[in-house]
Design a binder for this molecule. Structure first.
Ligand code: BTN
Length: 330
């Protein structure tokens, strides 16, 4: 859509002016069409100033998740080469799955201002207040074995931390396997879903979905979540969601380009950010809670724990509750 292209050009031009003529040449449309797009963007709340002989300048605008805001950060990348930005959707993961079933290419990213049925791991729901968080899902079709794919979720945690950090300087940590924490509280959840080919049981595609808490207040979280969840704003980081989305999608694209050969880099960053190791944990097994001490992350992102009887064991899946984090080990 022309509005998105004009917005992308203005955003990419930073503080400078861009003439209507230059935009019309770049986009191969008339100057009148550019003017109409500028007017539409103004109606959407963008402050676009114009000066004679200099052109247009983007002076400010709403924090909206739209393709024109993200295109610059993602030019030439696989992840985000198709961007679908929605006002509301049941779940961005579910939407990507629907589009994958209809043949969408890898790299598709679906983002929404809000979700009506955001999904978390283990069948839980994920609070998805409109305009307050970043809700996005990406379609990947990596040609790797199931064993390698099982590590993608840990890689994703690293990529999301990197994206957040490059956007605002916050230094998130990871609660094994892929909860993203800031100052000991949950900042972001990741839901990775794998689809297998019916005949061969080979991996067909993966949907990586993540929800980052951006501007929620404690009241937004409500009594159930206030002690265990946080947002970037609550921790003192004020970010534009569009900028955050661009940085995270770019980090996911870096991940995809490196996967799986570049494991050493992701593994060392994962270990450095892991908030679970060096702490007492409870392994949640069905209804049972097994106490242990988390010693290390092994070379395949498994959690090495020492049990009270001295036995060592490597945990590769399931829930782990960590003492002193997110109000847990309770
Ligand atoms: C968890 O913490 O249990 C995972 C939460 C994952 C939430 C994200 S929000 C975007 C995407 N769409 C969903 O329905 N879920 C993921």
């Amino acid at each position: 859509m022309l509005e998105e292209e004009v917005l992308a050009l203005l955003r990419g031009h930073g503080e400078g002016h861009l003439s209507g003529e230059a935009m019309s040449r770049t986009l191969a449309v008339s100057r009148a069409a550019v003017w109409k797009a500028v007017e539409a963007l103004r109606r959407d709340g963008y402050q676009i100033t114009s000066a004679p002989n200099r052109g247009y300048r983007l002076a400010g605008g709403p924090d909206r998740i739209r393709a024109g805001e993200l295109a610059g950060a993602l030019a030439g990348r696989t992840v985000g080469r198709e961007l679908v930005c929605l006002e509301t959707v049941d779940s961005t993961n579910t939407e990507v799955k629907r589009r994958a079933a209809a043949g969408a290419a890898e790299g598709l990213a679906v983002l929404a201002e809000g979700q009506t049925a955001g999904r978390g791991r283990r069948g839980r729901s994920f609070q998805s207040l409109s305009g307050k968080g970043l809700y996005l899902s990406v379609l990947l079709r990596p040609a790797v074995s199931l064993a390698e794919l099982s590590q993608l979720t840990a890689w994703t945690a690293v990529a999301v931390c990197r994206g957040i950090q490059s956007c605002c300087g916050a230094e998130p940590q990871i609660k094994w396997t892929n909860d993203i924490l800031l100052n000991g509280k949950k900042l972001c959840g990741v839901l990775t879903e794998l689809e297998l080919e019916a005949e061969s049981a080979a991996p067909s595609h993966v949907v990586v979905g993540l929800g980052v808490n951006v501007s929620q207040t404690a009241a937004d979280f409500g009594p159930e979540l206030a002690d265990i969840a946080t947002s970037l704003e609550l921790e003192g980081f004020s970010v534009r969601r569009a900028e955050l989305a661009g940085q995270i999608l770019a980090a996911l694209d870096d991940l995809y380009a490196a996967f799986p050969a570049g494991k050493a880099d992701y593994l060392s960053d994962y270990r450095a950010r892991c908030a679970t190791t060096g702490r007492e944990v409870l392994l949640l097994r069905g209804d049972a809670q097994v106490p242990a001490f988390a010693e290390a992350v092994d070379d395949d992102f498994g959690l090495v724990v020492r049990c009270p009887d001295g036995r060592r064991e490597t945990v590769t899946s399931g829930e782990v509750s960590v003492r002193g984090l997110m109000g847990q080990y309770v």
